[in-house]
Design a protein around this ligand. Sequence first.
Ligand code: GLS
Length: 838
Amino acid sequence: MAQRKSKKTNSNKTDCSRTGMTLIDLNRCFNEHLFYTQGRLPLSATLNDHYMAAAYTVRDRLLHRWVCTVRDFIREGVKVVGYLSAEFLLGPHLGNNMINLDIFDEVREASENVGRNLDAMLDHEEEPGLGNGGLGRLAACYLDSLATLEIPAIGYGIRYEFGIFDQEIRDGWQVEKTDKWLRLGNPWEIPRPEVTYEVKFGGHTAGYCDDGGCYRSRWTPDRVVRGIAYDTPILGYKVNTCNMLRLWKAEAVESFDFASFNVGNYYGAVHEKVYSENISKVLYPNDEQIQGKQLRLEQQYFFVSCSLQDMIRLHLAIGKSLEYFHEEFAIQLNDTHPSVAVAELMRLLVDEHHMDWDTAWHVTRNVFGYTNHTLLPEALERWPLRLFANLLPRHLEIIFEINRRFLDEVRVIYPDDEARIARLSLIDEQGERYVRMANLACVGSRAINGVAKLHTELLKTTVLKDFYELWPEKFSNKTNGVTPRRWMVLSNPGLTRLIRSRIGGGWIKKLDRLKRLESYAGDDAFRREWQAVKTGNKQALAALILERTGISVNPDSMFDIQVKRIHEYKRQHLNVLHVVTLYNRLRRNPGLDMLPRTVIFGGKAAPSYYMAKLIIKLINSVADVVNHDPAVRNRLKVVFFPDFNVKSAQKIYPAADLSEQISTAGKEASGTGNMKFSMNGALTIGTLDGANVEIREEVGADNFFLFGLTAEEVARIKSEGYDPRSIYLSNPDLREAIDLIGSGFFSRGDPDLFKPLVDSLLYQDEYMLLADYQSYVDCQDRVSEAYRDRDRWTRMAILNVARMGKFSSDRAIREYCREIWRVSPNTVEMEDFGDLVR
Ligand code: GLS
């Protein structure tokens, strides 16, 4: 083929007409897609047609930048980050990509030109809910920051056909509905049917001598599945870097078993296809809880194997030897979910590429980094040895060999310390034997990090203590961050406009610059405008709440919000105890001058987590009674916002006055919702847990409502013997609240309904709600007091936003790049590909 002449341009706003950025270009492209892609005339176009045309119009511009980015990947030989994550909770693409391309206003106008309101189109988009909560959303924020900082990166994960379930509330209970996010097609992904890899499962291994006389192991699987790549472009903010998220879909190697088909066994013939496709069928809906299911390990191994094979192919394609793999790639393990990668890379290098063990181990140990995201014991992944051996026999051999060599090293350092050796071992041998995935990740990585200062310190002194003592230099902290593009610019246009009017827009990429807002905290006019923005956001949320729940809430009341996964350690039920306490005050004293509050909850419970589901039922039951009690006279409203997801989060955070971050100290690794609330001008009521500690440090103790035990106190009281019942007996308000719940008052007279919750508080109280109750209620009283002085509150809110610079995911990613991955930015220049793109 004849070489085309190409022309490079430096500007982001290329003048190339096919993907031009002017209103005229966008209008034309939009109409072309309506006609040629959707096959519609404007008159007959549906909302979905218009959405698709807008999405393709925006996507064309992403692809142009993507092509330029990939050109550099190949040409420049730059070091690439491979971010391995079982979850990417991306949220809707259209609005975000318009922001990053800086064409929001133009696309709004182009859509109005065809008689369609942009907000209706944005609302129409199904979000890819390929994650459970914080961990998956963090991965999405990190992809945004990697691209914005112009770091070449590939996110690798699973293209779940069904993401996190949709939540409906029926009679106060959570009901799970299948998330059919692909139903209307997905304009943001590009299938790559030619990028496929085979992944083996089961079978057995046998030793043999290769031609050079080397002893090797041959794995004969009993099942092979094919992974197919689906790519989603991830554009940075106002840069040309467009990275990719590559998600794997599982398919059968042969769709039909013709032998069965020919003898008339149709069902037998499609069995393999159905069985193989199961692997990428559905996301496990558990946050911080593992279930030890074989399919889950199959999912993990499936995407890890495809991703490593892909990186190896890319590496070999640029003509480099695999000995240097770790110089061209830095691979991050997002929690232990992808940690089987350590064994798989060894297998690929040793068995498939015939590298010697020591060289392969050197490469492996230098390519991986491991991020731990939780201290909860129930979330530490371990696989029963038998299950592991059946599914991945060769990997188990490799893990045994890694372990043998590792423990030999340990024995030299700690002779005769058998207890320590047992704790460090990759195999748990107390009782039934397990493979410990966190240990595998630690041994196979050159860097290990926690996600907030406190969390990292606790890691070093508790779950990973032995590894910390062995390799202190491997450990570091990388406090989480969130992207201000999605969580401020896109979700809170009113606030963004106001901030821009005073300090320009530089903060969107350099969030520290929000500091400049501090001087406006004392400015009356600014504060009025600030309040007007908040009121507008609260009105919008009130309208949404009415639409979704039928509950009408007063935007002048304080919006006190707790949205996150439902989990006992996050203590939504402590919040409920406060609500019931307020309600009791009103019942006791109907004329009470109480600050009007709307307490809003949202979040999904793992379908098999009984207590979490009961907490949802409790919230709805309390809401039902309180909201209908005429004596309350609108001073207290309780709302459970159904189906909390990225899309609704974008409406919720900007409308919050108060952010509830009330986990038991030492349990929440970091939290990221806490950051999103604060960036949108909510004040936090919180414990000294996770990143709350650092948020408080940054915004100042005066601008943060602190309560509760510290992590140290929690540990000490636990070790001395904690007795929740004595607290219950000695605190009349607490007793009244618990008794009211236990009496059946909120459950139509049924005292049994909430008994499991009440009993667990009275007799165990694993998460120490009772110990923190009084401190929480007192703190809430201080919150109400502060809110009455609206000017003081607004000043505090402005200072919160001004001091949130640290919590940009850009800062976090810079730290990962510098201290773990050792990668540097690569500026992508736009190239006008001439006739190719006209
Ligand atoms: C989590 C933690 O629970 C959160 O505290 C943390 O912010 C998040 C991202 O680091 O990771 N771990 C987990 O398994 N789910 C989470 O949300």
